[in-house]
Design a protein around this ligand. Structure first.
Ligand code: PLP
Length: 348
């Protein structure tokens, strides 16, 4: 018997599988002679890795990147052997034990991590080299260390800090990554994130690592024609009411009705990642109508203007306007934040 799924949430995240698969194929094509992998850290940028990974695999993706070891544990059954890399690298003995037992590949970020991995017996790993971001990664000066020479490096990685801009930092990092590739034996060189793919062939190596653009983000305008929206947050209308001129809505009464109007309370609030920055800026979609969010967003609810959609009532659903580049401009949040904020209460 199927377990009782319990009450269904009044909040759902519609995920367009065709758009996700199409975005991966487009990024793979734009990667030229390189293959595209997929960054699926942070639960596939909030979509739900258990939903996203099978769709990406079906599209042809064979290489996946997570940040935490716990994220690798959650999806390892969904990913082909040798196709899963853990960006944070092995910090503890239990990380190393998990890597050895599961085949999830550590990304080695420091000499300490390299030695920890080798002492445990080692085996295939990736190596992240810092070329100027000063986040994770081995410094260039350490590339000649004997511990590095003993690593069995599959992916030789670096990460671009400013690929979404036409910055002089891009060619500087690219040149250092090439130097690292010449210094360390490896199988696949990998530098580009979503934006980096559009910087051209010199940035491609053998493997690219898009994340954001898979999920509908557009970090560089050149990507726009290739990328489709994937994620559509939807919420049910819990109640409707009429306001008279002068009535106010929500905490601190920041919206004052200019006249008689009909409003609806929807089950979407800041606890779901629909932050208070949407106050006075957010819109819900219903057919061709755009329904403004009125007053402050609360924890579990927002209030929207239903005056122009008299047919909509309690139990009907609306969709948040959430095309990522547009929503980022409207909210002041980054496209990455818009995705990864989406909370656990959404049915996925
Ligand atoms: C997150 C991440 C990516 C993906 O970056 P996007 O900008 O989302 O395409 C690639 N590589 C590394 C190391 C990352 O941490």
């Amino acid at each position: 018997m199927m377990p009782d799924p319990g009450p269904s949430p009044a909040l759902s995240l519609a995920i367009d599988a065709g758009a996700l698969a199409g975005n991966w194929r487009a990024l793979d094509r734009l990667s030229g002679g390189a293959r595209a992998g997929a960054a699926v850290k942070a639960d596939a940028y909030g979509l739900g890795a258990r939903v996203a990974v099978p769709i990406l695999r079906e599209a042809g993706c064979g290489r996946f990147f997570v940040a935490h070891w716990a994220e690798a544990a959650a999806i390892r059954a969904l990913v082909p052997a040798g196709g899963l890399s853990v960006l944070h690298g092995p910090l503890t003995a239990s990380d190393v034990a998990f890597a050895l037992a599961s085949g999830a590949r550590p990304v080695i970020n420091s000499l300490a991590q390299a030695r920890r991995w080798l002492e445990a017996g080692g085996g295939p790993c990736d190596l992240m080299v810092d070329t100027g971001m000063n986040r994770l990664g081995l410094e260039m000066a350490a590339l000649g260390d004997e511990a590095v020479a003993r690593l069995e490096v599959i992916g030789l990685l670096s990460h671009l800090a400013s690929a979404d801009e036409d910055s002089a930092q891009n060619p500087r990092q690219q040149a250092l990554w090439r130097q690292a590739c010449a210094a360390v034996r490896h199988r696949e060189a990998s530098l580009a994130n979503s934006a980096g793919i559009m910087l051209g062939e010199a940035y491609h190596g053998e493997l690219t690592r898009p994340g954001l653009a898979l999920y509908g983000g557009v970090p560089r305008p050149e990507l726009a024609p290739h990328i489709r929206q994937v994620v559509r947050p939807r919420a049910a209308i819990l109640q409707t009411r009429w306001l008279e001129a002068g009535d106010t809505v929500g905490y601190n009464a920041t919206f004052i009705a200019p006249g008689r109007m009909r409003v609806g309370v929807i089950a979407l609030g800041y606890a779901d990642g629909y932050l208070r920055c949407w106050t006075g800026r957010g819109e819900m979609l219903a057919g061709d109508e755009r329904l403004p969010v009125l007053g402050r967003v609360s924890m579990d609810m927002s209030v929207i203007d239903l005056t122009r959609v008299p047919a909509l009532g309690e139990g009907d659903w609306v969709e948040a306007a959430y095309d990522l580049p547009t929503a980022a401009r409207a909210s002041g949040l980054s496209q990455y934040e818009l995705l990864t904020l989406l909370g656990r209460r959404f049915g996925r």
